[in-house]
Design a protein around this ligand. Structure first.
Ligand code: 4NP
Length: 154
C-alpha cells in the first residue's frame, strides 16, 4: 500500500487489508510505504489512528517508511493511492518495475477509472472517514476477487 507520506492513507490501507485478510483466513503479509521519506519512523497521523480505532482496527504500532525498489519483488501486489504515487513507484523501481502487479487501489472497485484516494492531510476528520470507507470497499473487493480466482486454481 503506497501513498506519499505513509502517514495518512496507506497506513489505513495496510490496517484494513491486514484485518480483512485475517478475518478471511488468509495469511497475507501487508505493508505500507510512502514515496516521500518525510515521515520515516513516525506513527500514523492521529486522525488515521482515531478513525481506524473507531472501526476496530489498531494501527498505532505502524511506523512510516519510504518505498524502495526491492518492494516490487518482495510483494505480489503493489497498490498506490493515486496516479502521482503510481508514477513515483515506477520511477523509484526503475528496471524492477512490474506493471502487471502494480495498480491504483481504487481501480479494484472502479476499473480503469484511475481514481485517487483523496489526500486528507490538509483537511479535517470527515476526510479521514471518507478515506476509510473507500479503502474498506476496495479491500473487500480485493479479497473477494482473490477468493473467486482461487476457486479455479489448483
Ligand atoms: P499521505 O498524506 O500521503 O496520505 O500520507 C500526506 C502526508 C504528509 C504529506 C503529504 C501527504 N506531507 O507533505 O508531509
Amino acid at each position: 500500500m503506497v501513498c506519499l507520506g505513509n502517514i495518512c492513507r496507506s497506513p489505513l490501507a495496510e490496517g484494513i487489508l491486514q484485518a480483512k485478510a485475517q478475518a478471511a483466513g488468509l495469511d497475507w503479509q501487508v505493508e505500507s510505504a510512502g514515496t516521500g521519506g518525510y515521515h520515516n519512523g513516525e506513527a500514523p497521523h492521529k486522525l488515521s489512528q482515531k478513525v481506524a480505532k473507531l472501526n476496530g482496527i489498531d494501527i498505532a504500532g505502524q511506523r512510516g517508511r519510504q518505498y524502495v525498489a526491492t518492494d516490487m519483488d518482495a510483494f505480489d501486489r503493489i497498490y498506490t493511492m493515486d496516479e502521482d504515487n503510481y508514477q513515483e513507484v515506477k520511477r523509484i523501481s526503475g528496471r524492477q518495475f512490474k506493471p502487471e502487479k502494480t495498480d491504483l487501489i481504487l481501480n479494484s472497485i472502479y476499473p480503469s477509472e484511475n481514481r485517487s484516494v483523496p489526500d486528507p492531510w490538509y483537511g479535517t476528520e470527515p476526510g479521514y472517514h471518507e478515506v476509510f470507507e473507500l479503502l474498506s470497499n476496495a479491500c473487500d473487493r480485493i479479497i473477494a476477487d482473490y477468493l473467486q480466482a482461487s476457486k479455479y486454481r489448483q
